[in-house]
Design a binder for this molecule. Structure first.
Ligand SMILES: Nc1nc2c(ncn2[C@@H]2O[C@H](COP(=O)(O)OP(=O)(O)O)[C@@H](O)[C@H]2O)c(=O)[nH]1
Ligand SMILES: [Mg+2]
Ligand SMILES: [Zn+2]
Length: 329
């Protein structure tokens, strides 16, 4: 567990600060022309608002605050930090990012969730009920950053006749689209055998509705870590938001996995229709053959998407979700 954010009293910070100041040649330092240390490299492993938890290259974790003029620093960022007086660590710059997963904030702008991600693991479960619109929203968000997508159907122990059919349909549909689909059960000792092979050498983020079991999956993958999980409230079946910040965990081998809080609303209003269409790979494939370049795939003549919908090549739910996302963009 990272230390509680307390820049003034954190003993690990003081140790790190001292090491940083006394050893200019430590890995991660970058000296400017005058020989002053401009920063040590570290990974942001959690963001608690104004306080960040960083992990230095030697593995130690400590609290830091970003310099005022810095834009939002998010979990997954590689940053440079400096020791300031009173044992305060200050993040001075953010290194270039790849793959920033984002949703729309209340002001309609992109709100980054985590960065430097190259795989999105979308977790669904029979309880809270499967939500394929939300699943498609995550697939679109992942596609905009060029991340791999894998769908995890968790809580297979809870599948009944109806939900079992839904699970099967999800599996069939999304694997036909080229996505990886893994079944998972945290309650079963062998229940993660389809999930583990997806993780090596990747920086994955677990996303999905609150209560689907993201933190439980992480806990099962890394039993030595202290990871908070919740329980579903009895009457609503909705999960409680027990994961409140986005946390980064290194995997034993190469790679890392990020746990994020569940969101009830995962909006993509900051994306335009081109991004949304690109996120529906089967729609964008057929769209290339529509008569009109700006075809909306709703009423135009010689629309290849509508033709594919009629002959069953495009799934009706996916098409409906596409329209829903386009219209709310
Ligand atoms: N039956 C069953 N319950 C699970 C499974 N995975 C997680 N849960 C339960 O689902 C609840 C929510 O889990 P949590 O990991 O906090 O969900 P998160 O909000 O997605 O992180 C907890 O009560 C877990 O014990 C599973 O595979 N089977
Ligand atoms: Mg959680
Ligand atoms: Zn069309």
């Amino acid at each position: 567990m990272p230390h509680r954010p307390s820049a003034h009293t954190d003993p690990v910070l003081s140790k790190n600060t001292a090491a940083g100041l006394n050893n200019k040649n430590a890995a991660g330092n970058s000296d400017d022309d005058d020989g002053n240390i401009t920063g040590h490299q570290a990974r942001v492993i959690a963001n608690h608002g104004s306080e960040l938890t960083l992990r230095a290259e030697n593995g130690e974790t400590f609290s830091a605050s970003p310099k005022k003029k810095l834009d939002l620093v998010v979990t997954g960022d590689l940053v440079l930090w400096q020791a300031e007086q009173y044992g305060v660590a200050r993040v001075t710059s953010v290194l270039p990012r790849t793959g920033t997963l984002a949703r729309t904030d209340r002001a309609g702008r992109a709100k980054p969730i985590a960065t430097n991600v190259n795989q999105v693991l979308v977790v669904t479960a029979p309880k809270p009920p499967f939500d394929t619109l939300l699943l498609d929203r995550y697939c679109v968000a992942a596609a905009t950053i060029g991340a791999e997508i894998a769908i995890i159907i968790n809580k297979t122990d809870l599948l009944d006749k109806t939900t079992s059919e839904t699970a099967h349909n999800i599996e069939a549909l999304y694997s036909s689209l080229g996505y990886k689909v893994a079944r998972c059960c945290v309650k079963d000792p062998d229940g993660l055998s389809q999930v583990r092979p997806l993780l090596d050498d990747r920086i994955s983020i677990l996303v999905g509705q609150s209560g689907v079991g993201k933190s439980s999956i992480l806990k099962a993958l890394m039993p030595e870590q202290e990871i908070k999980t919740g329980h579903l409230s009895d009457n609503s079946g909705l999960g409680r938001h027990t994961t409140t910040v986005t946390n980064w965990y290194d995997l034993a081998h190469n790679g890392a996995i990020i746990d994020s809080p569940g969101v009830r609303q995962f909006s993509l209003e900051h994306l335009d229709s081109v991004d949304i269409q690109a996120g529906f790979r089967e729609i964008s494939e057929h769209a290339a053959q529509c008569k009109f370049n700006d075809c909306s795939h709703q009423h135009e003549p010689e629309c290849h998407v509508l033709a594919a919908l009629v002959n069953g090549e495009i799934n009706k739910d996916r098409y409906d979700h596409f329209l829903q996302l386009i219209r709310s963009e």
